[in-house]
Design a protein around this ligand. Structure first.
Ligand code: NAD
Length: 247
């Protein structure tokens, strides 16, 4: 079948991507749009959202929300369900980075990062699960990190958030699999996005010099593969890293 005539893999599906206005989230949103899904991008960056809306028109829905604001976070899933009624795929992706020595990070930066990288993800999944359980179907994908699997000593705060995330993914999956809901995570190594600008400079230079950086599209392609498996198959947790990256 030629590419023009094949049915798009996500036709009829509704996908929500948090932190979808840039980087990995945007690549995820774009690949799902290209595969026929109705996509809702959630982000705090209203200027980037307005530009994307102009680019994609009616195909794309956008929700401006600062997920670190507890009221906006609590309103998110009800707000989407009120307008679109269905969520087939929820990609919990919004995240912050704090690198460097623990003592370099302020208490406030630690709070914000842990709040967004763990608490907000749990709260979003908490709110979307009843809807998916009631329908007996749904996919929850979480952007974790290589730092959630290997100790990365240049980023103890960030790595701790992603190890906690891996624990959450593995436990919640067991609670919901009998309801037809799949939970998977994708754990990339360094990806060229704005988040990398917060990496310790020396580490970034090292990664650039060894050519061990990936494109956001490579992560999105992995997510698409997970989302398009037959319902009786769950791809659990994919670690995707540059071949040159030595840990
Ligand atoms: P990014 O900075 O390009 O994208 C993050 C997006 O989240 C931005 O659009 C930002 O506006 C949004 N966001 C931030 N705080 C928000 C908030 N409070 N409310 C709503 N939206 C908010 O970074 P990225 O690299 O694409 O990161 C996405 C995810 O990928 C994160 O969870 C990150 O931990 C993970 N990750 C990134 C890398 C990497 O090397 N870039 C590697 C592994 C994992």
């Amino acid at each position: 079948m030629s590419d023009l005539t094949r049915e798009k893999a996500l036709t009829g599906k509704v996908a929500v991507v948090t932190g979808g206005a840039s980087g990995i989230g945007l690549a995820s949103a774009e690949i799902m749009l290209a595969e026929g899904a109705t996509v809702v991008i959630v982000d705090r960056d209203d200027i980037a959202l307005a530009n994307l809306k102009e680019q994609y028109g009616d195909e794309l829905h956008t929700v401006t929300a600062d997920l670190l604001d507890s009221e906006q976070c609590a309103a998110l899933i009800p707000r989407i369900l009120e307008t679109i009624q269905v969520i087939d795929i929820f990609h919990a992706n919004a995240g912050l980075y704090v690198g460097g020595d623990l003592t370099d990070a302020s208490h406030e930066a630690i709070d914000r990062m842990l709040n967004l990288n763990i608490n907000v993800v749990m709260k979003n999944v908490h709110d979307v699960l009843p809807h998916m359980k009631e329908r007996g179907t749904g996919d929850i994908f979480i952007t974790s990190s290589l730092a959630g699997h290997f100790p990365t000593p240049w980023e103890p705060v960030y790595a701790s958030s992603k190890w906690a995330m891996q624990c959450f993914v593995q436990t919640i999956r067991r609670q919901v699999c009998s309801f037809g809901v799949r939970v998977g995570s994708v754990s990339p190594g360094p990806v060229i996005t704005s988040l990398l600008s917060d990496w310790p400079e020396e580490k970034l230079e090292e990664a650039k010099a060894s050519g061990s950086l990936m494109e956001a599209k490579e992560v999105a392609e992995t997510l698409l593969f997970m989302a398009t498996r037959p319902r009786h198959v769950t791809i659990r947790d994919v670690v995707i890293m540059p071949s040159q990256f030595d840990l």
